[in-house]
Ligand binder design. Structure first.
Ligand code: IVH
Length: 696
């Protein structure tokens, strides 16, 4: 008699084998893409595999499993979240509010005292980590499959937010063979600053409520009852600990140190921050706190401090807990990224595109590591929604290199009606032209166009910046003078600047005037994406400019493209398409382009540009130091044109470090990790036609 195998109801058919192969491939590529940030295949190929899997599942609905890559999005809105009990409670950490180095010393002293160590005993070994500013999450895997995600709640009971957490690409739905039967991974769900900014920008454009900070936005997304909405909120994750795990006696893992545990989590596919480090004794904790503090602004996400943990797990057990906090860990804070201060006045600034931005003038306040005396209010509607008034106490946020902003008002009497004491001016504070606002637009704009010096100055600076056409040495002060003295009205006037006109300017030595003339000459040889970006078309950033150039090949093709043709470009939606189309429909803009070309501004077009062989797809480069012939940006452009990714920091996934003179810590790091190091010549050799795709 045939026995019924309840555990593998799926028949071994070619289709089902294909389905399993697709699962494996898609999991692998999602990990490469979301966690390692180093895709091995183009997006289009991933999409093709994904659609193939979808089609198979459509034909065989009985084959759909919860760990299928197609199951990230979906599910119905809930009425409420179910309650989850944490078998191993989710603890909090003691916070050392002393942001000076004494904070680390006090912790180390407490640990040593508790362990009854004498000054002659060796330093205690710690793991130093970042303290992410998001929300704690416990991910439960059974037999390697994600079965539950729960918030911390009160530490003992949290909420079941599995549906929402499944939508986070960085969180594996399935783990490799050999993981413990029960595994709870704990970590932080957070939102990157760029994702947060982009999301708020969209909200602002729609005139909808913006989020105060990435942490609130992440918390809101996680607690969304509709997983469809949660899926649209860009969340990320870092693992930093464990909850319930199959015990060693039953075949579970037996880690000796916290560090080893983190490395294992990484090997299982979880994102673990690259900054995790071992520190011996208080001096190394202090060094870590200072080093991370100095680079905090460069991180792509918010941290509010660092965390120190005793590395040895036996020592952790010996130290134990006080109430709900472990004695073996502490959080060491940084200065807050939000502060309260008084709004002294509200000024209006005019930007490159003519947008009028209300800016709060503040009683200077130390926030996020610097003194801030101005903060943006974005637009009139946001100012009103936040009920800002001159004279109020405002909450100001400054994080990373994002412009400081007013995120809200400290209201003393919440019920009083809001009577604004600021008005948008009817005429531009710079040029006096009428201020206009389209019905569907949130922003007020100066209608002066290039007649408005503010727009003229900004347009020139935008064109001349490093990432655009790059005119070295043409900075703010100089542009200010050139525009104010009416030497320059439009972009092409730049190229008509002679040595004498420049030398006549205030404080301009002949030598510097010559440098500008040379820089202008040099800038004429550029690339299509740089030129396109440099024109300062609304909504056309660097990435969009690159896509457009790749898609159309020539500037004329872009200028003559219909809105419909423009939307065919990845990254270009209807708003961007309309903006491009409107820009090139204006005769004076076309005139500017023609004049620039007539002045000798040129780039490689069409086939020559499009046919750069994509030799370096899937490779990640890090550049450091000064190169003999290329600027950093030129090197970056060349590598990107060949399909490589250029990253800012060295990690194990870096394929090559290209080092010039005065290369710093990145070179050390490369050597430490065994990443191959190239000089400029070796890098250029990789780019040469006929070069073999490298195998580092
Ligand atoms: S460990 C037993 N590590 O900080 C220690 N927590 O009060 C449990 N957090 O809400 C936490 N980064 O979400 C740990 N590297 C890190 C962390 C971290 C952020 C948060 C965590 C918790 C709070 C601790």
């Amino acid at each position: 008699m045939a026995t019924l195998d309840l555990f593998s109801p799926e028949p071994a058919t070619p289709d089902h084998d294909r389905l399993l192969a697709l699962h494996a491939q898609l999991h692998h590529h999602a990990h490469q893409y979301y966690v390692l940030d180093a895709p091995h295949i183009p997006d289009a190929e991933y999409d093709r595999l994904f659609r193939e899997l979808q089609a198979l599942e459509m034909a065989h609905p009985e084959w759909v499993t919860p760990d299928s890559p197609t199951q990230r999005v979906g599910g119905k809105p809930l009425d409420a979240f179910a309650t989850v009990r944490h078998v191993v409670p989710m603890l909090s950490i003691r916070t050392e509010t002393d942001t000076e180095s004494t904070g680390a010393e006090a912790f180390d002293a407490r640990v040593r005292k508790e362990l009854e160590l004498t000054p002659s005993d060796a330093p205690v070994e710690y793991v130093a980590e970042l303290k992410f500013d998001g929300l704690a999450m416990s991910l439960r895997y059974e037999q390697g499959v994600l079965v539950q995600a729960a918030t911390r709640g009160d530490g003992e009971y949290g909420e079941d937010v599995t549906q929402n957490i499944r939508t986070i690409g960085q969180i594996p739905l399935r783990l490799p063979e050999g993981v413990p039967a029960v595994l709870e991974v704990r970590g932080e769900v957070y939102m990157r600053r760029d994702d947060f900014e982009a999301m708020n920008e969209k909200q602002r454009e729609k005139g909808e409520k913006t989020f105060v900070n990435p942490r609130n936005a992440a918390a809101g997304a996680v607690r969304q009852l509709d997983p469809g909405i949660a899926a649209q909120r860009p969340l990320s994750f870092f693992a930093y600990g464990l909850g319930e795990v199959t015990p060693a006696e039953q075949g579970g893992p037996a880690f000796a140190t916290h560090y080893a545990m983190l490395q294992t989590l990484k090997s299982w596919g979880f994102p673990v921050a690259a900054q995790v480090d071992i520190a011996r004794g208080a001096p190394e904790l202090i060094a870590y706190h200072q080093h991370i503090g100095a680079s905090r602004d460069q991180l792509p996400y918010d941290i509010d401090g660092v965390v120190y943990k005793v590395n040895s797990l036996p020592l952790q057990r010996q130290l134990g807990f006080v109430t709900r906090e472990p004695r073996w860990a502490v959080a060491h804070k940084y200065p807050a990224q939000e502060q309260i201060t008084k709004v002294l006045g509200i000024d209006v600034q005019v930007g490159r595109t003519g947008k009028l931005t209300p800016v709060a003038r503040l009683d200077p306040v130390f926030v996020g590591g610097t003194t801030v005396s101005n903060a943006t209010l974005h637009n009139l509607f946001e100012l009103r929604r936040k009920r800002v008034r001159v004279g109020d106490q405002a909450i100001v946020r400054r994080a990373g290199d994002v412009i400081p902003e007013v995120v809200g008002i400290v209201s003393t009497s919440p019920r009083t009606t809001y009577v604004p004491n600021f008005r948008m001016p009817r005429s531009c504070p710079i040029c006096g032209s009428a201020v206009v606002r389209e019905k569907t637009e949130m922003n007020h704009r100066c209608s002066g166009g290039l007649f408005c010096p503010a727009q003229r100055k900004q347009a020139i600076l935008h064109y001349a910046q490093r990432r655009a056409v790059e005119v070295e040495g043409l900075g703010e002060k100089l542009v200010e003078q050139l525009v104010d003295m009416q030497v320059i009205r439009t972009l092409p006037d730049l190229y008509k600047l002679g040595l004498s006109a420049l030398a006549a300017l205030d404080r301009m030595a002949e030598k510097s005037a010559q440098n500008i003339v040379d820089a202008l000459e040099k800038s004429k040889q550029t690339t299509l994406p740089r030129f396109l970006f440099g024109l300062g078309i609304r909504h056309v950033g660097e990435a969009t400019a690159k896509e457009l150039a790749r898609h159309f090949g020539t500037l004329d093709a872009i200028m003559d493209a219909s809105e419909e043709a423009l939307t065919g470009v990845s990254d270009v939606g209807p708003i961007v398409a309309k903006s491009l189309h409107t820009f090139f429909a204006q005769p004076h803009n076309r005139e500017v382009v023609e004049q620039l070309r007539a002045c000798g501004v040129r780039w490689e077009e069409g086939d020559a540009a499009a046919q750069t062989p994509k030799l370096l797809v899937g490779k990640t480069f890090v550049l450091t130091g000064t190169f003999p012939t290329l600027s950093r940006d030129q090197a970056k452009d060349l590598l990107e044109a060949a399909g490589a990714k250029v990253a800012g920091s060295v990690s194990k996934k870096t394929s090559y470090v290209v080092a010039g003179t005065e290369a710093g810590s990145k070179l050390d790091k490369a050597q430490e990790l065994g990443v191959p190091v190239l000089d400029e010549a070796a890098m250029l050799a990789l780019l040469a036609p006929g070069a073999e795709a490298p195998e580092p």
